[in-house]
Write a protein that binds this ligand. Sequence first.
Ligand SMILES: C[S@@+](CC[C@H](N)C(=O)[O-])C[C@H]1O[C@@H](n2cnc3c(N)ncnc32)[C@H](O)[C@@H]1O
Length: 306
Amino acid sequence: MIVLCAGRGDNGAPCCALTLAPMTDITQATKNLPVVCNDEACRKQAEGLAAQLRQPLLLMADPEQLIQTEFVLLVDGDGVALQQTGRKAPGPIRADFVGGAVDHRRKFGGGKGQMIARAAGIKAGVYPQILDVTAGLGRDAFVLATLGCRVQMLERSPVVYALLQDGLHRAHRMAAAEDPALLDILQRMELLPADSRDYLAQLGSATAPDAKLPDVIYMDPMFPEREKAADVKKEMRAFHSLVGKDEDADELLALCLTRARYRVVVKRPRKAPFVGDRPPSFQLEGKSSRFDIYTVRKLPDSLPPA
Ligand SMILES: C[S@@+](CC[C@H](N)C(=O)[O-])C[C@H]1O[C@@H](n2cnc3c(N)ncnc32)[C@H](O)[C@@H]1O
């Protein structure tokens, strides 16, 4: 059994009282994806990962030459990465909260004026507790945590989960040593291996008096041809090959709507149809993506961080 911090009590205070039955075995769905390690210092970590995912471990193997498999998981001094094989393969994909675009957005992003903040209802004095039911590489969750919210992330793909878990561990290590502001953000993020449909089903319904529901549920299911930036395309292709297209997003949204205390936010490509053909209460539209917001009830004027 696993005991989790799941949301707020009826007085708005955070509570830690959800007990879950054992999760579905997260290794079930993993395809052929060897773990490659060419760095003796990381061998133990690679062995652990290969065992966790029930995949073969290849030592001293060159991903450029491994044409029998489309992707490998590379373990080296920079952490765990998903690497396409072959000579013309793009670079590795990893969860990164310390450098790159995510870090840049933390330092120079638009704060509470960002579309994602408005979609989630974040403003001065209002910091909803958020359940991200499609964690992926955790970038959206990181932005929400940067804005002051506590974010629980659920990810059902064992490989994506392993990438995100590794990114969070590396960031924690670095932040604990030299970046207290980053550490503060990371401490608001919690990752769980779960299919969100199972997780939500166990949360109880909004009508139950003791329901421990998240204030806001955030959903960003896979969708083909989403954004145009080259690195996003590279990542999308890899993700499609690993996790498919999240064809059950309709079902997930229907469940989210019965479990969110205040609202459900769905991120979509700008021109994509509504999930489940369900028109939202309102929309916020950006250049390439939009947020469909489904209001359950009005957010209060004051909601302290959970
Ligand atoms: C487009 S990605 C999310 C990207 C994420 N918003 C980010 O900022 O990195 C969608 C992810 O949701 C996961 N997912 C989809 N449906 C899920 C479900 N029912 N339960 C848990 N994870 C799910 C997929 O495995 C995939 O990793």
